[in-house]
Design a binder for this molecule. Structure first.
Ligand SMILES: Cc1cc2nc3c(=O)[nH]c(=O)nc-3n(C[C@H](O)[C@H](O)[C@H](O)COP(=O)(O)O)c2cc1C
Length: 425
């Protein structure tokens, strides 16, 4: 049996049937009320049948006013998601479709914080009033009041409880990529002087209290994970040293798995891309040469982490995945982009019938080093993957020769159009 095919028993008692996870990708497929739709069911049925032992949903928001993107599913207000109510029944159908093959399906629970664009959030919410300066897309956030933080902690817990009731088999709290919990961890975006800012223990309080409240709400036998940055890759931000110290603190919590990523919108290392050069911190040199760009960090994390480690970010070859598992530094391999164009890639990897995920990464202006050009290029690429997720959701044949320019304009049209419909519903 290949290492990829080995099951993994989690501390809560649940077992992942193999070591491949489809990690979170925001779908943008909700209806104007932010309910899940038949399009989610279609995509997740294909991913379930595609063979990954674990599927993690894209961002599901705890706050309908400060979302990551138009078209996110939001479970807010929570009390409208009781059995029998439409939003809840939609989640049930989603969970049923996403587990048809007996795999796990975990809901990624999230708050976008300062990274919610102007056409979604009139006033983003964040630890401090530190604006995200990117293409003029983000307004200055309002610092959260303590009672709001306490309310959000309960919302993470309540949304996880709803997920469990609806049939999702686990939950992941999103604390990476610069969204709300992640921005609390960073001294650049969290300049508070109260109990929620300053020392690492204070910056991590929101996350740790959210984990505790969520565990209480879902019970001891339900998989609970977090997604965390290895590093923000930004001068003065949440550092690798912070990450190691935080993981030591997290060992005392009841987490079943930790997913390690990195970067924020300003430094989009999660996608292997570079951000603005003035405040960037580079990836370790040896990592750049590797297929999986956070692997280097896993070695040190393994020394401190008591929980299993899930790692996405650049894995493409079966040999690379097997080697990462073999090293013992990583327990589960995360895949995102390759599953937009080949939803049954995990099955093929497990059967040994494919050696490498086909590469489709496209660019607008590959040689331009200008920050804006690189950023637009990245948005075009994201639009390209979103378009494929939509095609899967519509049951269409994938259009692999779609141009990145077409994907970019389709992305803009969709974002603004969906935001407009959302605001009118
Ligand atoms: C289209 C797209 C949407 C994404 N949405 C999310 C998301 O909702 N939550 C999250 O934690 N990461 C998100 N990511 C990051 C992925 O989970 C993953 O960390 C990253 O794509 C690297 O893995 P890959 O090289 O296999 O694509 C997204 C990535 C892509 C390409």
């Amino acid at each position: 049996m290949t290492l990829l095919a080995q099951p993994l028993k989690l501390a809560c008692g649940a077992t992942l049937p193999n070591r491949i996870a489809k990690v979170a990708m925001t779908e943008g497929l909700s209806d104007a009320r932010l309910f899940a739709t038949e399009r989610h069911n279609r995509v997740y049925r294909q991913w379930s049948e595609g063979g990954a032992g674990l599927l993690i949903t894209g961002n599901v928001m705890i706050d309908r006013w400060v979302m990551e993107r138009p078209g996110n599913v939001a479970i807010d207000p929570v009390d409208r998601f009781r059995p029998g109510y439409e939003g809840f029944e939609r989640l049930k159908a989603y969970a049923a479709a996403g587990t048809v093959a007996g795999n796990h399906l975990w809901m990624q629970i999230s708050h976008a914080g300062r990274q919610s664009p102007w056409y979604v959030a009139k006033r983003p919410l964040a630890p401090s009033a530190v604006q995200l300066d990117l293409l003029g897309n983000y307004k200055t956030p309002r610092p959260l009041r303590e009672e709001e933080i306490l309310d959000f902690i309960q919302r993470f817990a309540n949304v996880a409880r709803v997920a469990r009731e609806a049939g999702f088999t686990g939950a992941q709290i999103h604390s990476a990529h610069g969204y709300l919990l992640s921005s609390f961890l960073s001294p650049v975006t969290n300049t508070r002087s109260d109990d929620w800012g300053g020392s690492l223990a204070n910056r991590a309080r929101f996350l740790i209290e959210s984990i505790r409240a969520t565990r209480k709400a879902v019970g001891a036998d339900f998989p609970l994970a977090i997604k965390l940055n290895s590093d923000d890759f930004r001068r003065g931000g949440f550092s690798f040293d912070d990450c190691l110290k935080l993981i030591e603190m997290l060992n005392a919590e009841t987490l079943d798995l930790i997913e390690i990523s990195g970067g924020t919108y300003e430094q989009p290392k999660l996608l292997g891309a570079d951000g603005r050069s003035e405040d960037a911190l580079p990836l370790k040199a040896s990592t750049v040469k590797r297929e999986a760009y956070f692997l280097e960090y896993a070695q040190a994390i393994r020394q401190v982490a008591k929980m299993p480690i899930l790692m996405p970010g650049g894995f493409r070859s079966r040999a690379g995945m097997e080697a990462a598992l073999e090293s013992g530094d990583v327990d589960v391999i995360g895949l995102a982009r390759p599953l937009c164009t080949m939803p049954d890639l995990p099955k093929k990897l497990l059967a040994g019938s494919i050696e490498e995920a086909p590469a489709f990464e496209r660019t607008f202006a590959p040689r331009s080093q200008r920050f804006t050009a690189r950023l637009i290029n990245l948005l075009g690429q994201m639009g390209w993957y979103y378009a494929h997720i939509e095609d899967l959701g519509d049951g269409k044949l994938l259009k692999l020769d779609r141009s990145i320019t077409a994907a970019f304009f389709r992305y803009l049209k969709n974002e603004y159009g969906t935001a407009w419909r959302m605001q009118r519903s």
